[in-house]
Write a protein that binds this ligand. Sequence first.
Ligand SMILES: *Cc1c(COP(=O)(O)O)cnc(C)c1O
Length: 383
Amino acid sequence: MRFSTRAVHTGQDPEPGYGATIVPIYPTSVFTYDSPGVNKGYDYARHGNPTRTAFEECMASLEGGAHAVAFASGMAAIDASLRMLRPGDRVVFAEDLYGGTYALATKLLEPMGVEIAFRRLLSSDDLRAAWRPGTRLAWAETPANPIMRIADLAGLAAVAHEYGALLAVDSTFASPYLQNPLALGADLVMHSSTKYIGGHSDLLGGLVVTNDSAIHQHLVTVSRLGGATPSPFDCWLALRGAKTLSLRMREHCANAAELARRLEARSDVECVHYPGLRSHPDHELAARQMAGFGGMLAFDLGSGAEGAQRAREVMSRVRVCVLTGSLGGVETILSHPWTMSHAPLPEAERLARGVGPGLIRLSVGIEDVDDLYEDLDQALAPG
Ligand SMILES: *Cc1c(COP(=O)(O)O)cnc(C)c1O
């Protein structure tokens, strides 16, 4: 079966008791035994819950993997994955990494004796250059925040495996609809389901999908013992979101492409970063690797104090777009990497990554694209 069909049906057989067509929320912490040692596959909600199982089965299918493990947040999924590392191991992270992953690596992983490095990880050559003996894991993110650079996953996987290391991919910005890293050779793929999978900015969740049964066992162990498990209600919401993932992603992509095109044509916008534009450095790689160019873009209003001032004005004038930090919801979200996601980085680091004070990031929603453009237009050029 194809993606949209699996999104609606996989893991979601009618409930056996009463035939409920939609997977119910099971708000119970315990499951009654028939007799000592005999139950129906569940005993205690931290270990598993039928709503979570349905969500995991659907997600494994959508990512084309054998196993999915759901967590209470994207960060919990990242934390569980990184706990595979032991003191003395080395991990190379992509330098344009989600801020929480960067903070987890520096504040929790490194003090445990894991060697960490942040390097450009867009191509196989980048990984070769970043490799040192002891490197056990490469952690890539694509499309990457905020200028949507695209990493060549097949190339990274080939080099990681040549060196006997694993490749993990944070695929949150793409969603399972636009790219499937396991098919390109990645060993595990991670999502914050808070974003596109949930899709409605109303839940927190994360997951990891893998074909490797040892990695799967590790993740189950961390889930059961670390206890950062998602609630049945959040699993139910995420599963409900997943049903419309393909519809939403097509609309996110179409709206983002149209806004990117219109913004790029304006003389008062310096630069638009969207993988669907020919001007984007990774346009061809994105066209090969992804089923669409995504719903995320960024545009630059100039450098220095003037760029900062223009960005501030635009952010305070928008009426339809929402100013906040997250992404992947049905509403268009506008954010300012300089003062929000990338604020913890030193100024020189931010500038080196293409994050200037005039850069605005858009998570393009599914509203009418003309309303979105008119909103940005009146914010960019009032009166
Ligand atoms: C949001 C996000 C995370 C963290 O997910 P939470 O659900 O907020 O814990 C990780 N990676 C990326 C790319 C994200 O956007």
